[in-house]
Design a protein around this ligand. Structure first.
Ligand SMILES: [Zn+2]
Length: 106
């Protein structure tokens, strides 16, 4: 690969150029690929907040629950944050296969 800054040849996968020191572009997906923050229907235990955050940040759902639980237990703000997210963060769009809500049935 070549350094995008100085165009000199560097080892494939290098994170920094050793000629000019410029940070190379990371191999993570470009902005815009990341899913919008929505409460998850698929990974839902209470309100889908943890699942939604996990999908948004590309993390494991279980890991996100553990992190959130630790914040709730030791930081004290986790539970309040969860409730706020429950209200503020919209639920993700229903899949086409999802059952019709009771309110729309005649
Ligand atoms: Zn360089």
């Amino acid at each position: 690969m070549t350094c995008y800054n100085c165009q000199k040849e560097i080892v494939e996968g290098s994170r920094y150029c050793y000629h000019c020191g410029a940070a190379q572009k990371p191999l993570t997906p470009p902005p815009g690929v990341r899913k919008p923050l929505r409460r998850s229907r698929k990974h839902k235990v209470i309100a889908g907040v943890c699942g939604g955050f996990a999908e948004h940040f590309g993390l494991d759902v279980s890991l996100m629950r553990v992190i959130w639980l630790l914040i709730a237990l030791f930081g004290g703000g986790g539970l309040i944050a969860y409730l706020i997210c429950w209200v503020v963060v919209p639920l993700e769009e229903a899949q086409s296969a999802a059952p019709v809500p009771i309110s729309q049935q005649s």
